[in-house]
Design a protein around this ligand. Sequence first.
Ligand code: ATP
Length: 338
Amino acid sequence: MSLLDVRNVTHTYDTGTGRPVLHNVELSTKEGEIVALVGESGCGKTTLGRLIAGLHEPSSGSISFEGSDIAGLRGKQRKDWRRRVQMVHQDPYGSLNPGLTIGATLAPGMLRHKLANRRTVQAEMIKLLQQVGLDATPAFLQRYPHQLSGGQRQRVSIARAISLQPKLIVADEVTSMLDVSMRVAILDLLLSFQRDRGIGFVFISHDFGVVRYFAQGGRIAVMFYGHIVEEGPVEELIKTPSHPYTHMLLQAIPVPDPVLVRKRDAEGGGSERLTGEPSTKGCVFSNRCPLVQDVCRKEAPPLIDIGSGHRTACFFFDQIPPLKHLAADEASPQPNRL
Ligand SMILES: Nc1ncnc2c1ncn2[C@@H]1O[C@H](COP(=O)(O)OP(=O)(O)OP(=O)(O)O)[C@@H](O)[C@H]1O
C-alpha cells in the first residue's frame, strides 16, 4: 500500500489570479521513500507540499494517507494523521515563534499527542536536542530563536518535526537559506532519520544537485507550471531525461570545470530557452519546447509510463538528445558544492 496518494489534484488559491496553480497532479510515495519535487520558482512545489501536509485543502481531487482520504478523517484518526505528516520549512526563523523558548516550542506537540507527560517532557526534549546535534542541556531549552544561528534554528525545526514521530516529512527548500557549509550537515541529518526510522520525505528543491544528493535511490517529480511533466527514479531521470523541460534544467546546471564548460559551449549545450509563458492549449511546455510539433499545440500529452516507473508527458520523449555537457557521473554533486 502507498503511504501517500495524490490523485488528480487541482488547486486554485482564493486570493490568487483565479487560475489553478496545480493541475491534475498524480503522485504516490511508499513508506520510507524519498520523492523530490523539482522545478523553477512558482511552479507549485510548495503548494503541493502544503496540500500534502494538510495546510491547505485541494480545490478538487483527493489526497490519501495510508489508504484513507484525509478529507474524510475525523477525531482521533485526523489527529493521528496530523501528527504523522510534518512539514519543515525553508525559513526556520519564520517558522519558529520568536517569542517562545526552544523548550516552549518543542513541548506542546509532544504533550498534546501524549508522547510525553509533564514529568518526562524535559528529558524527552533533551534527547531530541542530542538527536539533532544541538547542545543537549536544560540551558539550551531556555534560549530563544534569535539567539541561535540559522543552522541551529533549522535543527530546532527538525527536532519539532521528529518529536511527533512522523512517517512522512515534507521538507521545503530546507537548506536554501543556510550557509553552504551547513547544507550537507542538515541533509545528512534528515537522511539519518530516513535510514534509522524509516521516515519518508517529500523533498522540495529547485536544485538538481541538492536533490541528487538527498534523494539517491528515490524518485524525482519534475513540475512545470503546476503540472508534473516527468517522474522517475533519480539516477535514471538525471542520466536520461525524457522530457524536454527536464533536459533543459539539467543542461543549465552550472559546470564547475572550465574545460567541460568550453566543451559544452562548443557543442551548443546550455543555451536553450529557459523562459516563455506556459501554454494554455495543448502541451503546457509547447511555447518553450525545442521539439514542438503541431500536435503539441493541440493536444496535452498524458503522463505515460515509459518503463520501470519512469513517466513522461511528452509525445516525442524518444527524440530527446543525450545531455551535452558531460557524462551524468561527472555532474554528480559533490557535497561541498551543494
Ligand atoms: N497563498 C497564496 N495565495 C495566492 N497565490 C499563491 C499563494 N501561494 C502561492 N501562490 C501562487 O501559486 C503559484 C505557485 O507557488 P508556489 O509557492 O507553490 O511555487 P514554488 O514552486 O514552491 O515556488 P518557490 O520555489 O518560489 O517557493 C505561484 O504563482 C504563487 O504566486
